[in-house]
Design a binder for this molecule. Structure first.
Ligand code: XMP
Length: 504
């Protein structure tokens, strides 16, 4: 395995994904992970993944002992800066914030560049260069006569100012592979078939013939976790699907058909619509709505657990990005309010998180290998509070119905036009306003539907999608024709920031 020490770089995840694509297992840990813990993981190589220099991470904060572990080290960006200084070199650190692909001349004798040309195009901010190289190191890469790569070949320590993990399909990917296979001698062992086999065995050994409970939401993570655990322990897995009445059209039916029908799983649906709606009556504040929905969800789930009695395990669909976020000293903002599915620790159940090691696209691959349909595997994110935060203001049965119908039409038209794979997330929101319109010569005073479509990598930032105007027109016409309570449709053209993706 390869251990990535993260200095707060937003690129560490790309690096992690890139390494796993090469079928090598890797983990991302914070820069201050202790040397003892590093040793215990027995990495075949370490990558120090740098980001923008901050006050928090400086030369002093990285434990020098890491360099004495006799494990090859590749340090990148600001990581290379620190490596250079730890060995007594001098690095300039005036970022020009001018990251782009630049021509870099490399020493083809260095294993890192094995099989590559002498001139490469790599992503670099040339404000960061090495001014003075420490003893024992030599230059292996330059840009405009400035040193941007160093190596201590004897101890297998490398520092590069450019970022090979960006657009790694290009030269950068080959550099990473050279580090993995020619310097660290890793084997290509990590793949999802093996992962499934190992996990099924592990879960079987762990759970034995005791029972496990899983809150199934129909989202990608909980669905894949449930099917994987079901493969291991069969009917001893009990899935609970809470219908809080804030679901999209046909969602409950689809979940039941797939998990009960196709996979023959032990699935209980709890019809809790009335409970949720009565708790939400008169509530307009979005955060309060979230809180109510989250708490009520837990109450319903707890009641189910009590009813079922002899359960020992709780299955959770935690995936690797969640693990990284919670391990990073709170440096990465975790949206606590998003964890509606986060069940209380005092349920007295042992937690089993079978997808803890996986990135999202690995989860999807596991899902496909397990036979889960594309419809679930490629599902766009759907917030835990569901339509409760897409009906702005007070949530009522009538408004939910409007959102459900309009959303169904929107999704249908996007699919028909072949746009569904080009949009990360799209949905409708129902603003709490009524406006004047005219239908068949008669004045109307009814609702407005807002269409939202964004592209994003992780939901932290997002760009609105330029859906063709004639498609927008078709969607708008269908909504106003088919949903009588709507006389106006608007399209949201704001990015995040300054907006958020959801309207509440
Ligand atoms: P925002 O609106 O914060 O959304 O830009 C970013 C992503 O998170 C989803 N989202 C939620 N997910 N519970 C969830 O499980 C929530 O309360 C929640 N609020 C927003 C949103 O759909 C988008 O994918």
């Amino acid at each position: 395995m390869i251990l990535i020490l993260d200095l707060g770089s937003k690129f560490s995840r790309f690096l992690g994904r890139r390494i796993r694509e090469s079928q090598v297992y890797c983990e991302i840990v914070p820069y201050n992970y202790s040397v003892d813990k590093i040793r215990a993981k027995r990495p075949e190589g370490i990558i120090i993944s740098g980001g923008i220099p901050t006050d928090v991470v400086s030369v002093k904060t990285l434990d020098r002992e890491i360099f004495q572990l006799d494990v090859p080290i590749l340090s990148i960006g600001y990581g290379a800066h620190i490596t250079n200084e730890i060995y007594g070199g001098i690095s300039t650190e005036s970022s020009t914030n001018d990251y782009e692909f630049k021509e870099i001349e490399v020493d083809r004798g260095c294993i890192l560049f094995n099989g590559l040309d002498e001139r490469l195009s790599l992503w670099l901010d040339d404000g960061y260069v090495f001014r003075d190289i420490p003893k024992g190191f030599k230059s292996i890469a330059t840009h405009s006569n400035k040193v941007v790569g160093i190596e201590d070949g004897r101890n297998k320590i490398y520092g590069v100012k450019f970022h090979p993990e960006i657009e790694s399909s290009r030269d950068g990917g080959k550099i990473i592979d050279n580090f993995l296979f020619k310097i660290c001698n890793c084997d290509r062992k990590w793949n999802m078939e093996e992962f499934i086999k190992d996990s099924v065995k592990y879960i079987k050994d762990q759970v034995g013939n005791r029972k496990a409970l899983c809150a199934l939401s129909g989202g990608v993570d909980s669905s894949v976790a449930a099917v994987l655990v079901h493969k291991a322990i069969g009917e001893n897995l009990i899935c609970v699907f809470v219908d809080h009445g804030l679901l999209r059209k046909n969602e409950r039916k689809q979940v039941e058909e797939i998990f009960r029908g196709q996979f023959n799983m032990n699935l209980t649906t709890v019809d809790a619509k009335d409970r949720f709606l009565s708790k939400l009556k008169g509530v307009v504040d979005p955060e309060q709505k979230r809180k109510i929905i989250g708490e009520e969800f837990i109450r319903v789930f707890e009641e189910e657990q009590k009813r079922l009695d002899d359960i020992d395990y709780l299955i959770q669909g935690t995936i690797y990005p969640d693990v990284i976020e919670s391990g990073m000293d709170g440096k990465v903002a975790v949206k606590s309010h998003h964890n509606v599915g986060g069940l209380p620790k005092d349920m007295n159940l042992k937690i089993l998180e079978p997808l803890r090691q996986l990135f999202k696209d690995e989860v999807r691959e596991v899902g496909r290998l397990l036979g889960i349909s594309e419809e679930i595997v490629e599902r766009q994110p759907f917030p835990g509070p569901g339509l409760g935060i897409r009906v702005l203001g007070e949530v009522t049965e009538e408004k939910l119905k409007i959102v459900r119908e309009a959303d169904h039409i929107y999704r249908d038209e996007i699919k028909k036009a072949g746009w569904q794979d080009r949009i990360w997330q799209y949905f409708v929101a129902l603003p709490d306003i009524q406006t004047v319109g005219v239908t068949h010569g008669k004045r109307t005073y009814t609702y407005t539907i807002a269409l939202r479509a964004v592209n994003s990598i992780d939901g932290m930032t997002a760009q609105w999608v330029k859906i063709p105007l004639d498609l927008l027109e078709k969607i708008s016409t269908r909504i106003t024709d088919e949903v009588p309570q709507v006389n106006r449709v608007v399209y949201d053209i704001t990015n995040k920031p300054p907006s958020t993706i959801e309207w509440e």
